[in-house]
Design a protein around this ligand. Structure first.
Ligand code: GTP
Ligand code: MG
Length: 453
């Protein structure tokens, strides 16, 4: 994995600090020197490393770290926060066009990973965002380039646009956009040709493509393994084309990580995605906060949690979909959903422990604990028969349930109303013909079936 060396050296520096009870200014200076060397050895641009150390040192002095009870932890915290801000503070997405198609132009040096990762992007937008991508073969130089794109397109079931024998990539790009408009492709990825080194001819070609189709997004692809050269290339591409974002590839390799840490600082452009393997699903949105915890050796906990959550939801959602189609939704199912949401509550606790996670994201993920516990109490006070068939719940049953859970009858009525609304939607869904290509009926988005509050 990338960053191993850096992680090791940073931890050695922190360990040294931790081993002292009280630390002095010269201990901090030593630590800063060690961090600076670690950054440079990881191929971080020297100006970036210098600025970084300066910021961390200033903050460490300004916040009276030395007087605090846990000085080493304070230093680690500051380093973490500065790493996050170095890499961009928050994750960024592709800007979508107000009227489709969104045109994304992929550029970068030869072998950077444009074709492979461009395909990954198309696959991601297709499956996760329900888009209809089009891959476009603008590389007319390398003999096998068009074929390579067709192979990956086929694997992902994403159409590939090419013009046999056409030697003008500008014309291909222009016709591809018209083709997309005519065929309902709402996001277009232009796979351009790379060159070994930056040369005028290539830049000129890219500029002409840009002028011809005015892409909504120009993504610069950079191989994380290439270190300093990557930074120079990024600056050159940005100067010529004014790129919108960076796609960092091959982060799974033993890259020293300098590119990830410098590219954003040097160009001011955010890293939006990263490639983490040769397979076509090995793509991740780039999260600076997560990357910082990865670098500091705290593991990429959030990505793991997110993945587990995704798998879990998908299974549950499939079960529910089956239920919905057979029109047999019960309060027991409702209750299962509740338990799932409660699990997210504990997930929130875990997230709270991850350094660098912003408070706003945590707040957005929060659920109203009180409301949830009421619904839970009501359902638990029902008999199995009532849960399976809520229509039998008459006034006297309601009174019994209310006294069982210690809540008012109004609360029980409210829950039953919500449940009825869901059941209605369920019936509508099941009577609707299933649209091809859409996994779940439509109202239960990627998070699966949702409770109505
Ligand atoms: N391990 C790993 N390999 C990758 C990743 N992305 C791309 N590769 C590999 O890198 C090589 C080059 O990738 P391409 O997608 O062909 O690169 P390109 O930028 O299109 O290259 P040109 O078209 O020649 O300019 C291929 O062998 C890919 O399989 C990644 O994230 N991890
Ligand atoms: Mg290519």
């Amino acid at each position: 994995m990338a960053f191993e060396g850096l992680t090791e050296k940073l931890n050695a520096a922190f360990q040294k600090l931790k081993s002292r009870g009280r630390i002095t200014e010269s201990d901090v200076k030593d630590a800063m020197r060690a961090i600076r060397v670690a950054l440079l050895e990881a191929d971080v641009n020297f100006k970036v490393a210098r600025d970084f150390i300066q910021k961390v040192s200033e903050r460490a002095v300004g916040q009276n770290v030395l007087e605090s009870l846990t000085p080493a932890q304070q230093v680690i915290k500051i380093v973490n926060e500065e790493l996050v801000s170095l890499m961009g503070s928050q994750s960024a997405k592709i800007k979508m066009a107000s009227s489709p198609p969104t045109v994304v132009m992929l550029c970068g040096l030869q072998g950077a990973g444009k074709t492979t990762n461009g395909a990954k992007l198309a696959g991601m937008y297709k499956t996760r965002e329900n888009r209809r991508p089009l891959l476009v073969a603008c590389d007319v130089y390398r003999p096998a380039a068009v074929e390579q794109l067709k192979v990956v397109g086929k694997k992902l079931d994403v159409p590939v646009f090419s013009i046999d024998g056409e030697k003008d990539p500008v014309k291909i790009a222009r016709e591809a956009v018209s083709h997309a408009k005519a065929h309902g492709n709402d996001i277009v990825f232009l796979d351009t040709a790379g060159r070994l080194h930056i040369d005028e001819e290539m830049m000129d070609e890219l500029k002409r493509i840009k002028a011809a189709v005015s892409p909504n997004e120009i993504l610069f692809f950079v191989d994380a393994m290439t270190g300093q050269d990557a930074v120079n290339a990024a600056a050159a591409f940005d100067g010529a084309l004014s790129v919108d974002g960076v796609f960092l590839t091959k982060l799974d390799g033993d890259a020293r990580g300098g590119a990830a840490l410098s590219v954003r600082a040097v160009t001011g452009k955010p890293i939006k995605f990263c490639g983490v393997g040769e397979k076509l699903d090995q793509i991740e949105a780039f999260h600076p906060d997560r990357m910082a915890s990865r670098i500091l050796g705290m593991g990429d906990m959030l990505s793991l949690i997110e993945k587990a959550q995704l798998d879990f939801d998908e299974k549950k959602a499939l079960e529910l979909e089956k239920k919905m189609r057979t029109q047999r939704l019960t309060l027991t199912d409702f209750y299962d959903q509740l338990v799932q949401m409660k699990k997210m509550g504990s997930l929130q606790d875990i997230m709270g422990m991850v350094p660098g996670l912003n408070a706003k994201a945590l707040k957005n993920a929060s659920v109203d604990e009180k409301q949830l516990s009421h619904v839970e109490a009501i359902i638990l006070s029902m008999t199995v028969a009532e849960r399976e068939n809520p229509s039998i719940i008459n006034y006297s049953r309601k009174k019994r349930i209310a006294s069982g859970c210690g809540l008012k009858i109004e609360e029980i009525n409210r829950l039953l109303k919500q449940f009825e609304a869901i059941s209605k939607m369920t019936k509508q869904l099941s009577s609707m013909q299933k649209k091809p290509g859409r996994k779940f009926g439509g109202f239960n988005g990627p998070g699966g079936f949702k409770l109505p509050f």
